[in-house]
Write a protein that binds this ligand. Structure first.
Ligand code: ADP
Ligand code: ZN
Ligand code: ZN
Length: 659
């Protein structure tokens, strides 16, 4: 009898596969049941070994779990690439792309779904006349038949979504499927509505807040060619859609495409890799594209398609800096700002107030001795949440009671300081008693359906004020908003972080983009103490390309990404000495490598989270391939060090933030 040997990936944080034997010939990407420890668990077939000098005592595969493979060829290859590029344990990468229901050894199997979904185009929804820019670009985009990344650079309100709809239509007509990615769950309902109005037939919606049953259902329907349109967040990037025709990535610049916990990857980059391996078109849309994408356009690797005007032919509003150096603020709002808000309300129009901080106030302190409420396991100040009457740590979500007396000096003169969304909401509600004030932040959107009800409220109101964090700034279409107010961008404006200017420019231009989408007399007010800041002066023109060009040429001079490649090695440990010793040993090991620059060990910010101190090393190189090789070398070494047992370590490849 012939015996086969297989490398099997297991859902564990291990950078290795396990070899099992079987007399069955099994394809790569199949789920199998294997004995592991005392249990029988699910593994994924990674490779058939032809080398037959293998130890005969290997354990045997118990059974093949499904009739069908779990990972088709191109998805399988994309995952192998990801595990290598991000240096993440292979099993965890594989398992993170299958529905939870299929991760465990249970009675769920990959079985054909027998529903039949038919797609029809709703002509009534399509009676608008494309703008000349839309028409021209669409004609060219429709010519793309194979892998060739396209950036759709369209200012806010220029009708990018209409382009997505018409691109999708073309692929559906050819009986191909389309995957549409958005950076945040909150953006899904709006986009799903646009697709539902245009196409009859089920639109698959996939994200982490769907039940595991629903996710399995969408996954199976996609795999067996029933679903042709799936809209989802980064967890759906490798949705096994049959006959995939194209991938659309909306808001490609958005930081939320990056997974920052566990398997840290860029959803955008993974989607591009998938498109490349499947040799299909990929469309990246944004009003504020990432520097990385813009550089690839410059290098001639991506094509750019411009939509520089809104559908009404006007340009988006400019930002007006309002100097508040001499103003007193009420809940973060200057009196001049308040009267502009009032004028807008009196015209029965809507106002959007942006403040990048949730909760009521970020500091709770003692007037007597200066004590400040801090989290006991993180190095962060506690944020006062008035609605819950609690102090909350935004790093570990620990909840504390509100002290009545100072724990240090027993004074009862405890005060809050600073402003968050809840406080702005309260101040506005006290000022405009009969106007709906609608808050949109992490706290107000956690429950299922909450984003839909926020939309409902905004749409059914006349005069209203929306208050929110960055969540409110992205992609949403609020047609009655004619005034945007940005309260506290100064911190980000003068931040020393790399790419701080890119980030704040994206954020401010995105927020401004929410105003005047159906009214060209819109205004955007930015409260600032630095009205003459050079970056602000560029950003306020609303011309993102101008800012991005500047950032690119600066980064080129400084040899920063996208002109170089960075990986951060992050270490956490309950013991500060262990992590520094560990990092010092790495610095030593890398000291003879010529083509890299190593910075650190550095303390991370915040230094302590959940009782663990955090340190990191920055490793930079001009060559992606070389950096990858160095990290492979490093991984192999450190996996065998005794010091490794005392710390938790992980790479962050192409990090978004360096602290
Ligand atoms: P973007 O995605 O670029 O921000 P949208 O696609 O949301 O812009 O378009 C903004 C609004 O304009 C939407 O309400 C959309 O229905 C409408 N719209 C798009 N294209 C046209 C067009 N050619 N004529 C009229 N209205 C349009
Ligand atoms: Zn005190
Ligand atoms: Zn904490």
């Amino acid at each position: 009898m012939k015996i086969f040997y297989y490398d099997i990936a297991i859902n564990l944080p291990l950078r290795q596969c396990f070899t099992y034997k079987s007399n069955i010939d099994i394809k790569n990407g199949m789920r199998v049941v294997v004995p592991f420890g005392k249990k029988n668990i699910i593994g994924i077939v990674i490779k058939k070994q032809i080398n037959l000098n293998i130890d005969k005592d290997l354990k045997e595969i118990k059974s093949v779990a499904d009739e069908y493979t779990c990972f088709d060829k191109s998805i399988f290859k994309t995952i192998l690439w990801a595990s290598d590029y991000y240096h993440h344990p292979i099993g965890e990468v594989f398992f993170s792309f299958i529905p939870t229901m299929l991760r465990k050894n249970n009675n769920k199997t990959i079985s054909k779904s027998d529903t039949n979904i038919e797609y029809k185009i709703n002509k009534d929804d399509k009676n608008l006349k494309l703008t000349p820019e839309q028409k021209n670009n669409l004609q060219n985009l429709n010519k793309i038949k194979s892998f060739s990344p396209s950036l759709i650079y369209g200012v806010t309100g220029s009708g990018k979504t209409e382009i997505y709809l018409q691109l999708a239509e073309k692929f559906l007509k050819k009986n191909k499927s389309v995957l549409i990615l958005v950076p945040e769950i909150n953006l899904i309902p709006q986009l799903v509505n646009r697709f539902k109005n245009r196409f009859s037939g089920e639109i698959g919606v996939y994200h982490s807040r769907k039940t595991s049953n629903k996710r399995l259902d969408i996954w199976l329907k996609s795999k067996f060619g029933k679903l042709k349109i799936v809209i989802g967040t980064r967890s759906s990037i490798l949705m096994p859609l049959k006959d995939l025709g194209a991938i659309i990535i909306d808001e490609e610049h958005d930081q939320s495409y990056k997974q920052t916990e566990g398997f840290k990857f860029s959803g955008r980059d993974l989607a591009i890799k998938r498109a490349q391996l499947e040799n299909i078109p990929i469309f990246l849309g944004s009003a504020t594209p990432s520097l990385q994408t813009l550089k690839l356009v410059k290098d001639g690797k991506y094509k750019k398609f411009d939509l520089l005007r809104r559908v009404d032919g006007k340009k988006p509003p400019k930002l007006i800096p309002l100097d508040i150096s001499d103003s007193s603020l009420l809940g973060g709002i200057a009196s001049q700002t308040m009267s502009i808000i009032e004028d807008t309300i009196n015209k029965d129009e809507q106002v959007l107030v942006f403040i990048n901080r949730r909760g009521f106030a970020p500091i709770y302190e003692c007037d007597g001795c200066g004590w400040v409420a801090k989290c006991s396991s993180c190095e962060t100040n506690l944020v006062f949440h008035k609605s819950k009457n609690r102090l909350i740590c935004h790093k570990c979500e620990s909840v504390y009671g509100v002290n009545e007396f100072c724990p240090d000096c027993q004074s009862d003169e405890l005060n809050i300081f600073g402003t968050g969304t809840e406080r702005v909401e309260e101040v506005l509600q006290n000022t405009f008693k009969h106007i709906p004030i609608i808050r949109m932040d992490y706290d107000s959107t956690r429950l299922k359906g909450s984003i839909e009800s926020i939309y409902e409220k905004v749409n059914s109101s006349q005069a209203a004020i929306l208050v929110g964090t960055q969540m409110l700034s992205k992609g949403h279409h609020f047609s009655k908003v004619t005034l945007c107010v940005i309260l506290n961008a100064d911190g980000a404006l003068i931040s020393p972080e790399i790419n701080a200017v890119e980030k704040i420019a994206q954020q401010l231009i995105q927020v401004s983009g929410r105003a005047g989408r159906s009214n060209n007399l819109a205004k955007v007010i930015l409260q600032t103490r630095y009205p003459d800041d050079i970056n602000l002066n560029k950003i306020k023109t609303g011309d993102y390309q101008l800012v991005a060009e500047q950032c690119l040429s600066n980064n080129k001079i400084l040899n920063l990404p996208p002109y170089s490649f960075i990986s951060i090695l992050r270490v956490t440990s309950p013991n500060p000495n262990s992590s520094i010793k560990f990092l010092d040993k790495i610095v030593n090991l890398l000291s003879n490598k010529k083509s890299i620059v190593v910075l650190g060990p550095l303390p991370s910010i915040p230094f302590k989270i959940k009782g663990n101190v955090r340190n990191h090393l920055v490793i930079k190189s001009n060559s992606r391939t070389y950096l990858n090789r160095v990290l492979n070398f490093l991984t192999e070494k450190i996996e065998n060090w005794p010091e490794t047992k005392k710390v938790k370590w992980a790479y962050d490849i192409d990090p978004h933030d360096m602290s």
